[in-house]
Structure formats: C-alpha cells, structure tokens
Design a protein around this ligand. Structure first.
Ligand code: SAM
Length: 233
C-alpha cells in the first residue's frame, strides 16, 4: 500500500480559514463553507430529491478529497433531514489528512448545528490506512488515506454520486487526470451523477471522454460557473 504522508499540512489564514501548505489552496470558502458545500455537492447532484425517491437499500456517495470533512458533515445532515428508507455509504479519499485538532477547528463554526454528529466524527477519525465505520444506523463512512490513484481501484461498488473536490485543477492536476475519470466511469452506472466546483475546460473534456454528459450551472460565490452531469456510458 502507498505510504500516507503524515506531515502537518494545514495552516490558518488571518480569518481563521484552513489552508493546505502542500497546495497553497483553501479547503472551503471563507464566506460560508457550509452553504458552498450544499450548493456545489448536495444541489449539484440533486441529492435531496433523489434520496426521497430512491428505492435501493443503499445510496453511495464517493468524494475525491476528504479534507476537513465538511462535505461529509453537510451530506450527513442533509441525508438525516430527508424522509428516506435508504442508507448512506459515504466513501472518500485523502492523501494528506488533517490532524484531528485541525479538523475540529475547521468544523467548529458549525459545531452547534451538528452537535453529537461532529463529536462522533472526531471520535472515530483516525487518519491512517483506512477508516471504515458505521457512524449511525443509517450512515457508513469509508475513507482511504492514500493517493487517489491507488485508492480508486479499491472501490468495488457502484457509486450513485461523485463529489470532485480536489484543489484547483491548476494547482493539483493529479486529482483531475484521465486515470481518475476512467476509474470513476468504471464505478458508475446510468444515472450516476457528479458535481464539482470547477468549470475548467480540461476537466469538462476529460469527463466527457470518460462517458459523462457534462453541463454547466452557476458556481458558488465568486465562481461564475461549475460543472455537473450524469454518466451515460
Ligand atoms: C479542497 S480539499 C477537499 C475539501 C473537503 N472535501 C472538505 O469537505 O473539506 C482537496 C483535498 O484533496 C486532497 N488531495 C490532494 N491531492 C490528493 C491525491 N493525489 N490523492 C488523494 N487526496 C489528495 C487534499 O489533501 C485535500 O484534503
């Protein structure tokens, strides 16, 4: 297995926003990270409606870049607020995990909203190897703490929705490679969706080549456009 980089890779900006020292990029929008996460990933994959009408036993989200866990917490909260009999499996990948104290600090703005759920995530967060645990009766979390290229081939189930959340493609091409897109295609079925914050042309073309129908929608905050779509095979 690929070794996990255990360097301390989080620095804090003056406005208390976590930033990666490896990629010189912020983990979430300092104005409102929660709203951004909801707009880009929950709405971008139309999850609330899909969960309500989903008939299979398990809905699988796969995220590229676990980071602070904000997208996971946003998803967990939105899922539990939805009337559905299905269960959620959230899979993610992270090569440069945050230290637990940095994760706690990064998620602290929403502490009163999430309460025990946040404590549960932090109690279970052991960023080494693989985290694979049920966090509630309905929610299971799997995080591969390794490089995206070795982690994705380990996913052996159909993914219903992809979150593409590597840092800016210009700063981290490895998270937006043809290999990544073809692995996504391998784990996708008709109607599998994806969404991402970026509208970069090479990401759009790469996803199209891998079999995704790619559309543009409004981005969050200062980002004018972002991409979303469905796998067509
Ligand atoms: C924008 S952040 C993700 C934010 C996260 N989704 C959240 O909710 O906080 C991008 C993440 O991708 C991770 N990453 C970057 N390159 C990677 C690689 N080659 N393999 C796996 N993870 C990688 C970074 O360490 C970082 O945590």
């Amino acid at each position: 297995m690929c070794a996990v980089m255990t360097i301390k890779n989080t620095i804090w900006t003056d406005n208390n926003t976590p930033k990666s020292s490896v990629f010189d990029d912020i983990y979430y929008n300092p104005d409102n990270g929660l709203e951004e996460s909801f707009h880009v990933f929950i709405d971008g994959n139309n999850l609330t409606d899909r969960w309500q009408n989903f008939s299979a036993q398990r809905f699988t989200v796969a995220e590229l870049g676990f980071g602070t866990g904000l997208n996971f917490m946003t998803t967990w909260q939105a899922f539990e607020a939805t009337q559905t009999d299905t269960k959620l499996h959230f899979i993610s990948v992270e090569k440069y995990p945050l230290a637990k104290e940095d994760m706690a600090r990064a998620l602290s703005p929403w502490k009163s909203l999430w309460q025990e759920r946040l404590e549960c995530l932090l109690d279970n967060y052991t960023p080494d190897g693989i985290l694979n645990t049920a966090l509630s009766d309905k929610v299971h979390l799997t995080v591969y703490f390794e490089d995206i290229e070795t982690a994705l081939p380990r996913i052996n189930q159909t993914v219903d929705a992809w979150y593409l959340d590597g840092f800016a493609p210009a700063k981290n091409a490895a998270m937006w490679s043809e290999t990544v897109f073809s692995q996504m295609a391998r784990c996708s079925a008709t109607e599998t969706s994806f969404s991402t914050f970026t509208a970069a042309g090479f990401v759009k073309r790469g996803l199209q080549s891998a079999g995704f129908d790619v559309q543009k929608r409004n981005g969050y905050g200062r980002k004018r456009e972002s991409l979303y779509g469905i796998f067509k095979g």
